[in-house]
Design a protein around this ligand. Structure first.
Ligand code: PGA
Length: 262
């Protein structure tokens, strides 16, 4: 069975609201009536989320929230977006656990678990990002296991149902804004990294990954997208820097369409 495939252009805080609206409009017209083989998504900043979602609704493009806060009826979280707010504006997908949220905002696996759980309850599809910030394979397994066990709580009373989420593996050192000198992983190296994530999920967490899309992220761009999308265990990507122009993001979308259409 082919899993759902998803590519998200993650605009972070880089596109101004006017630029986000312009680019959303351009992408919507570019893919009007096209039967894409994957969910072609854009994730604008919270300031532009509602307006961009109005542009993309009923089109081939979907709008994804970059983050959300976990709910607690007794407290408030100034500066945050709540799940009911996403629901009200019609958002259907939301990212959780990006390395910048973990690294700069101190987001913990427990926070991520609470967000995943509440998003699923609200029928919003979460994309959980995980990633190792070292290049040592033995530590990679340990780090990813800790992140997945902590965010999914497979042994708890309320484990996360991974048939209702996507998981994005992003080696943090490959992300353009955290980039180290290490060469970007390519080809079978990526297949092996994705297989490691899959094996942690199936063997350690004892979960069934047969319908969980596994996305890759970290400097995915027109020049290397073909390599990533050709790996049989890569079901999509998070694209940061290369999503900031329509030309570059649409090139990534078109490469995926071509490879997955073959
Ligand atoms: P990048 O960002 O494509 O610029 O490396 C990816 C991400 O931050 O998810």
């Amino acid at each position: 069975m082919v899993k759902r495939r998803i590519i998200v252009g993650v605009w972070k805080d880089k596109l101004m609201p006017t630029e986000a609206l312009k680019q959303a409009n351009e992408l919507v017209s570019m893919y009007k009536g096209k039967n894409l083989l994957f969910d072609a998504c854009i994730a604008p900043s919270p300031v532009a989320l509602s307006a961009v979602n109005s542009i993309t609704s009923n089109s081939s493009i979907s709008t994804v929230a970059q983050d959300v806060h976990w709910p607690d009826p007794k407290r408030s979280f100034i500066g945050s977006t709540s799940i009911p707010m996403l629901k009200e504006i019609g958002i259907k997908m939301c990212m959780v656990g990006h390395s910048e949220r973990r690294g700069y905002f101190g987001e913990t696996d427990e926070d991520i678990y609470k967000k995943l759980s509440a998003l699923i309850d609200a029928d919003i599809f979460p994309i959980l990002a995980i990633g190792d910030d070292v290049e040592v394979v033995s530590e990679r397994k340990e780090i990813l296991t800790r992140q997945l066990m902590g965010a999914l709580k497979p042994d708890s009373e309320k484990p996360i149902d991974i048939s209702k989420i996507a998981i994005a593996y992003e080696p943090v050192w490959a992300i353009s804004t955290w980039r180290s000198d290490a060469p970007l992983p390519i080809g079978t190296e990526v297949t092996e990294m994705m297989a490691l994530v899959d094996s942690i999920l199936t063997e350690t967490c004892k979960l069934n990954t047969s319908s969980t899309p596994l996305l890759y992220g970290g400097s995915v761009a027109p020049k290397n997208a073909e390599d990533y999308f050709s790996q049989s265990n890569v079901d999509g990507a998070l694209v940061g820097g290369a999503s900031l122009t329509v030309e570059s993001l649409s090139t990534v979308f078109n490469i995926a369409q071509q490879i997955w259409g073959d």
